[in-house]
Design a binder for this molecule. Structure first.
Ligand code: MN3
Length: 247
């Protein structure tokens, strides 16, 4: 075993993640590669919103969606492509990039921030929906197994969002052992960033708690935004991602 691999495994074990590294890498990479919009050999592109800007009102207002998608997400994509233009990571998928980057390598900071921004928002638009969709039994069973109830899971997600100081995300993830867990990352970090995230896994639901996600409608009241967003979670999409992720 290479020294670097040994250190990586030691860190994961220290974080309470009991895995074999080969399995973890394959699981995470497989999930990442299934993100069709993210498999690109040339430049990354801004995906269209899957609904109208006003579709999530009154929970998320049209102006917030317009700026969030058309300005913030668009800028992550533009800056990601600019950062990759001169990088040996150009041509790789975001899943591959997330496995390669480390917190200490400052030459990849822009790729980490903007690559995370692109992945996280691409997921975020899809796990929201103006139509109420049902959670499938497969996911519900796993949530009850790992959190006791759906309400308990939602409470944990809100708590993770509230405790994230400053900007970041709250996540529902599949661990390498297929169990579900809730976590949070700062800034645009993502649970697929194997050398960066405190706990690594495959994200199936992500809630943006940056102020730009809610400030126009809720000002400083992040808790109200976190209550409201659970009216527009696309549980059918999250269920599909769970089923794909555990295969
Ligand atoms: Mn955002």
């Amino acid at each position: 075993m290479k020294k670097r691999d040994f250190i990586k495994i030691s860190l994961l074990l220290g974080a309470g993640v009991i895995i074999t590294p080969g399995v973890a890498c394959r699981t995470i990479q497989k999930a990442a590669l299934k993100e069709k919009t993210l498999i690109q050999s040339s430049d990354f592109e801004l995906p269209p919103l899957p609904y109208a800007l006003q579709a999530l009102e009154p929970h998320i207002d049209a102006k917030t969606m317009e700026i969030h998608h058309g300005k913030h997400h668009a800028t992550y994509v533009k800056k990601l492509n600019e950062a990759l233009a001169e990088s040996p990571l150009k041509g790789k998928t975001l899943g591959e990039i997330f496995q390669a980057i480390t917190a200490n390598d400052k030459s990849t900071t822009a790729i980490r921030n903007n690559g995370g921004g692109h992945y996280n928002h691409s997921l975020f638009w899809k796990i929201l929906s103006p139509q109420r969709t049902e959670m499938r039994e497969s996911l519900k069973t796993a949530i009850i197994r790992d959190f006791q109830s759906v309400d308990a899971l939602i409470a944990q997600l809100k708590d993770a969002g509230m405790k994230r100081f400053g900007s970041g995300w709250a996540w529902l993830c599949i661990a390498p052992d297929k169990k579900l867990f809730v976590s949070s990352t700062p800034n645009q970090d993502n649970p697929l960033m194997m050398n960066i995230a405190e706990r690594t896994g495959t994200p199936i639901l992500g809630i943006d708690v940056w102020e730009h996600a809610y400030y126009l409608n809720y000002q400083s009241q992040r808790a109200k935004y976190l209550d409201a967003i659970f009216n527009v979670i696309n549980w059918a999409e999250v269920s599909g991602r769970y089923e794909t992720g555990i295969q």
